[in-house]
Design a protein around this ligand. Sequence first.
Ligand SMILES: Nc1ncnc2c1ncn2[C@@H]1O[C@H](COP(=O)(O)OP(=O)(O)OP(=O)(O)O)[C@@H](O)[C@H]1O
Length: 720
Amino acid sequence: MGETEDLMSPKLPLQTKFDVEFRNLRFTVPSKKSDRPPTVILKSVSGACRGCRLTAIMGASGAGKTTLLNALACKMAGKGSMSGRVLLNGVPYTDRDFRRWGVYVMQAEPLLNTATVKETIMTSALLQLPLYMSKREKHQRVTAIIDQLGLQHCQDTLMGDEGTGAGVRGVSGGERKRVTVGIGLVTQPKVLMLDEPTSGLDSETAVAIMQLMQDLTRQGRTVVTTIHQPNTPITECFDDLLLLSHGTIMYMGEWSESVQYFSGLGYRCPNYTNPTDYFMMLMKNEESSGKLLRAWRHADAAAASKQAPLQVQPFSKAEVALDGHVKSEEPLKAEVPHREPEPGSARALGPDECAGAPLQDGHAKDIETGCADPVSSASSAVDQGAESEQRGSGRWGSKIRPFRLEHAESTTADRRKRGVRQKSQQPPWWYQVWVLAIRNCRMYIRNPELLGAKLVTYICMGAFMGSMYLRQPLDTATAAYNRSAALWVAMFAFMLMPSETACSVWCQERAVITKEVKSGQYRLISFYLARQLVSVPFESAIALLFTVIVYFMIGFQTVAAKYFIFAATLLLVNLISEMVGFIMGVILKEVAVGLIVNSVIIYFSFAFSGFIVQPIPKYWVWLHKMSYFSIAYTILVKNEFTGLSLHSPIDPQCSAELNFIPPPPANSFSIAQNLGLLALIAVGIRVIAFAVLYVCLTPLAGWLRRPLAKLGRALHFCFC
Ligand SMILES: Nc1ncnc2c1ncn2[C@@H]1O[C@H](COP(=O)(O)OP(=O)(O)OP(=O)(O)O)[C@@H](O)[C@H]1O
């Protein structure tokens, strides 16, 4: 992987430097036992991730790294309460603001298994890049990303669902991770936040990814990443380091100064030891971590007590004005030169160099020879420091520079000026609908099991049912019963299958859609319309196939209008059932629960459709009237029996035209009116489904989500 000129088009020079600051972030989660106080995950941490730099967040597992990153990306989810502020160039920002200029790449991103690597990144580009960019330019950018991430060899491989258990073999875990990084890079974000982008990768790829991130910072982008066990070449990519332990900051400063800082505290990195491993060891040790914490608090308090906020180290040559704009007119890429390791910095230190790094603190020199057991040998030095600290002039305190950014805090007035409120460059909703519809078609085509199973099932069911009621005679005794039963059985085919398929397909794709919508890749309405655009014709085609087989095998009245009414009715039943299943899938998060509740609801409304119980018990009449099956059955019966001539086989002389309507209709409407009613339900339930989806997926409607979740739990409790 080389430089990123191609990837990050020079047409979009960054004129603004993006400093992310956090103040007093505190995150607590309620304790499982009500009598216990809440667990504090982040303990009022403050600091900054400076623009044009790569900040690595490190700490033991469970230290709160992901929680901090989530907070910076405004992605707090689940139970818990967050307080504190996050600011971009001194301006508070929201989740919505963040999505305009930042990207958050999670540890394990859900991806659609039916798209190839190239299609996945390309779809993301088409959905997010502005319409004025030509398709060729978008293609070029995607190709550059694929090259940069070393994904050329697998660009036509399906993503698959390794690890999800669905069984589609696809790319490896490392390649999958790189694809998620690639999706993040498509929009050339100003701020990139990555949760463990290198975990699960071989060391060469991990280094390559971090070098790519480093290249991005040279172009003026801010990169914040959590990382575990970085090797030396990876640490060479760090600019700043933030060490977290149990939700508290232990060190935050330049990576190049970290070794000296710890040496200053008496913890000198031994020979042949990776400094980050050494820091982690110190943080795990109870004694040293306590002293590190005291030292950091001391320094932090000292910094905070100064009236003027402490300024960070100069940002290379790129000077930043108070409004966050780079003063020079030149593109930032030229202004942020490659930062060669400074002499004596730990950035490029090898094991030997590490131990021999010049120590700026005389205090550190005192312990220069004590490398055997760094923790214990350092204790006395730290204790000496502690004494000084008590006297108000800690030795280490003078060396530590907790970050305080120089931006004057502001509110909304100059949000746009500082780059917090950027205009969205997303393509219009209709274009997103088109791109998503193509992706949905691909999903259907690449999912031959689902497509094939559905087709074969409906053909077999049609043929089976046709053979059951094959060529019905026109004698009064059997014809009336068999025909009304056949109409009911035809409806039966569209009772469960469409709803169950919709429920389980949604449960499979929920994670992907939720992530894509929440990360602002496209609008929810675009997804929903695209889904309808593909599923309605597909479901209709299957329904028509079934009706052709059944109608002519059974020998219903051979009148074109009657066939079309029959087909339209079953098609509408199919479309309504599908949406019932979809709504159940959205409300009830587990597929098994969704399927159970869905089948109970559908069975109830089907049971009172008018065929199997006559007369309907008074207390169930309301269900009979409400059931879309009873409306459909009324249409089918009226349609078939109106104008049907039945004869008595016993006494052919008695033949008479019999307008026979076996079960009483659900209402007194005409066939056309009932068809209109059914169509209205099919449209109405789509509007309701979108409202439910909106409530569940959009933070704006969070207050509505609680009653919906309660309904879900109640249904779960009642039926499971
Ligand atoms: N919403 C939540 N509800 C309950 N506990 C939470 C929540 N969020 C985080 N935690 C807990 O807070 C702690 C820190 O979690 P976090 O994911 O931030 O750790 P981490 O440092 O990223 O760990 P790792 O390196 O293993 O990913 C963990 O013990 C986790 O279980």
